[in-house]
Design a protein around this ligand. Sequence first.
Ligand code: NDP
Ligand code: X2W
Length: 342
Amino acid sequence: MGIRAAVAGASGYAGGEILRILAGHPEFEIETVTAGGNAGTELGAHQPHLRSLADRVLAETTPETLAGHDVVFLGLPHGQSGPLAERLGDDVLVVDCGADFRLAGADDWTRFYGTPHAGTWPYGLPELPGQREILRETRRIAVPGCYPTSVTLALFPAFAAGIAEPDVVVVAASGTSGAGRAPKPNLLGSEVMGSVSAYGVGGVHRHTPEMIQNLSAVAGEPVTVSFTPTLAPMSRGILATCTAKARPGVTAASLRAVYTDAYAGEPFVELLPEGQWPATAMTLGANTALVQVAHDEAAGRIVVVAAIDNLTKGTGGGAVQSANIALGLPEQLGLTTIGVSP
Ligand SMILES: NC(=O)C1=CN([C@@H]2O[C@H](COP(=O)(O)OP(=O)(O)OC[C@H]3O[C@@H](n4cnc5c(N)ncnc54)[C@H](OP(=O)(O)O)[C@@H]3O)[C@@H](O)[C@H]2O)C=CC1
Ligand SMILES: CC(=O)N[C@@H](CCC(=O)OP(=O)(O)O)C(=O)O
């Protein structure tokens, strides 16, 4: 008998990615899959790529259907996780892909999400300093947002090493799956194809406080982040271009040395060889973040580019990576760094 898992939101993009990974994981048994309005229908109608699970019937998402499992993965709209998690025992590992428990600051939560703050859970980004120790001891995990995953991995080593001023500018392109599968007028194929567009400009995107929280904690001082997301005509992937003012004395060699050291032992983050730049296509389906750095001497800025698959390292893969740690399994179990191409 393996580790009994339930996936809520199994008809959605995040839930589908979690199931894709769990289906190839040697320790998990997928016992229950749930949805909202699509409860009662077969999973294969929504996730036709998950062949071995096609005839599973989606249950309703209730505390009763999610009870009795060792692990519950939640891929639900914001606001749904808190009431469900409250009704699941403290011994059950709950891994939430929603935003509800990511932020420590209730004011930030209310300002960006407009509802009362549900609380704060340990943050599922194992690469952050000290985070693996925290994840080993917890039964509640808040999986990071997809943009904050890419930006935090791109920049935290520079702040940990004290080589960047606390003034960050990020422009990131995301594939459309980041927006979920519910239809939205600006996300019709004809609106998205052949065009890249900015949205959430001017410090209003809800991932901004999450980036600030992560980078400020590592820097030990408040970091400002000017974040501009853009939508790119592709299904998956995030390419985040992040810059910060360099502290005096930083050189191309010292910058590279910081990132070489930071990621030398990390299984899922790779500093690419010099001269090679990350592309989203290199990460598709893989639980990897690919990173490259440059020192823009004329501008006095550090430039870091990171690529991830928003659904894998940015959600489902990150969720399973953190769950592996919390369950005492090898962190890499069931996860691959090998992508899909072309
Ligand atoms: N897409 C991404 O790249 C990322 C997503 N996330 C987060 O993961 C969560 C899910 O996102 P995503 O998969 O993209 O969204 P989708 O819209 O693709 O899927 C949402 C899922 O939630 C279910 N659902 C919707 N409303 C309810 C409800 N009232 N009660 C129970 N189930 C409900 C849907 O079921 P039904 O089919 O029946 O409507 C569906 O299974 C969100 O919190 C999102 O922020 C996090 C990081 C990245
Ligand atoms: C392309 C696109 O629309 N992306 C989403 C981010 C998706 C995500 O991961 O965010 P949460 O988990 O915090 O909802 C957005 O910008 O709102």
